[in-house]
Design a protein around this ligand. Structure first.
Ligand SMILES: Nc1ncnc2c1ncn2[C@@H]1O[C@H](COP(=O)(O)OP(=O)(O)OP(=O)(O)O)[C@@H](O)[C@H]1O
Length: 324
């Protein structure tokens, strides 16, 4: 595990998000150490993107409760919008799922990057152009000078995503949020982009929260994993503990999916996540859980350290009444 002595860069405490009557996130707490890469994994709809978007404070009219403390900046959820505008791009950056729709089709990618560089770093036009070429080179764009004058539609999906990575890195943020940045891409390009983001994050000593579906990729690429189910954290800890010494039956099911993928047979966990208006009062996974006890339906299990003596919020935790 990474540094557990210096204070976390980011601490979410009881982050809860409501959309109308639906509780999309329910008391999510997690910490991110300096220089750490953390993967949020779970099925579609688990709330992974909502966590990243809540940290950026881009959730629109959803009702958000809890706190998101960014070291040296305070609670992101309580800051005036003016201060958030200053933090976005400089201390926090987000890479969105679909680069094609995140880029403005009316401007060249160079102009979009230069604008971000000038705004965030206060560079002159010429300095920003030089820096743009350096950034394009560092994210693996061939002919970086030539590509500055390309419009987004003239680039492949993989190239567009590289441009988005360059834009996200432009303000030297110390926290990068990558929301499944590869889901719109060809499988062969996906691993390249994930590797690129992690390599660039690590080279800068920044921290990264990665939204991923794939537990195997998460465990290979990231230091720590948080497993989400229906808007709640069910297991969290160092990547190897979560993959190899997991205690929650849902993590086991996600892991089995991975093994099936290895044999080319995709086997999603059985059953479906209950709709928001039919969520069990107790453990939200109880309706699909092969190990459910009668108390599971009524009593929500708290996150418990896997080693009873562990006190660090970064250590291995799980929420289950009948763990593996
Ligand atoms: N703008 C929105 N309006 C209403 N409901 C939303 C909105 N965005 C997300 N949701 C709901 O919030 C829940 C969590 O969605 P979220 O996108 O965070 O999940 P996810 O784990 O990132 O899924 P995916 O892997 O498919 O992106 C889902 O039930 C989704 O339908």
């Amino acid at each position: 595990m990474k540094d557990t002595v210096s204070p976390p860069v980011l601490t979410l405490s009881d982050l809860t998000v409501h959309r109308g009557a639906a509780k999309i996130l329910d008391r999510v707490s997690l910490s991110l150490a300096q220089g750490e890469t953390l993967a949020l994994v779970g099925e579609s709809g688990a709330g992974k993107s909502t966590i990243a978007t809540a940290i950026m404070r881009l959730l629109g009219d959803a009702k958000v409760e809890g706190t998101a403390e960014l070291e040296g900046a305070g609670d992101l959820l309580a800051l005036p919008e003016k201060q958030m505008v200053r933090l976005r791009g400089r201390r926090l950056s987000m890479i969105f799922q679909d680069a094609g729709s995140a880029l403005n089709p009316a401007y060249t990618v160079g102009r979009q990057l230069v604008t971000v560089l000038r705004r965030n770093l206060g560079l002159s036009k010429a300095e920003a152009r030089t820096r743009a070429v350096e950034l394009f080179t560092s994210v693996g764009i061939n002919d970086p000078e030539g590509r500055l004058s390309a419009y987004p539609h003239q680039l492949s999906g993989g190239m567009q995503q590289r441009v988005m990575v360059a834009i996200a890195l432009a303000g030297n943020p110390d926290l990068l949020l990558a929301d499944e940045p590869t889901s719109a891409l060809d499988v062969t390009i996906q691993a390249q982009i994930v590797r690129l983001i992690l390599q660039q994050t690590r080279a800068r000593g920044a921290s990264c929260i990665f939204v991923l579906h794939d537990l195997a990729l998460a465990s290979q690429a990231c230091d720590r994993i948080v497993v989400l189910y229906a808007g709640q954290v069910v297991e969290a800890g160092p990547a190897r503990d979560v993959l190899e010494r997991h205690r929650h039956p849902y993590t086991q099911q996600l892991k089995s999916c991975v093994l099936e993928i290895g044999t080319e047979e995709l086997n999603a966990p059985e059953g479906t996540v209950p709709p928001h208006d039919q969520m069990p009062k107790g453990c939200r996974f109880a309706t699909r859980c092969p190990r459910a006890l009668s108390r599971c339906a009524h009593e929500a299990p708290p996150l418990t350290p896997a080693a009873p003596e562990a006190t660090s919020p970064l250590s291995h935790h799980f929420a289950c009444w009948n763990p593996e």
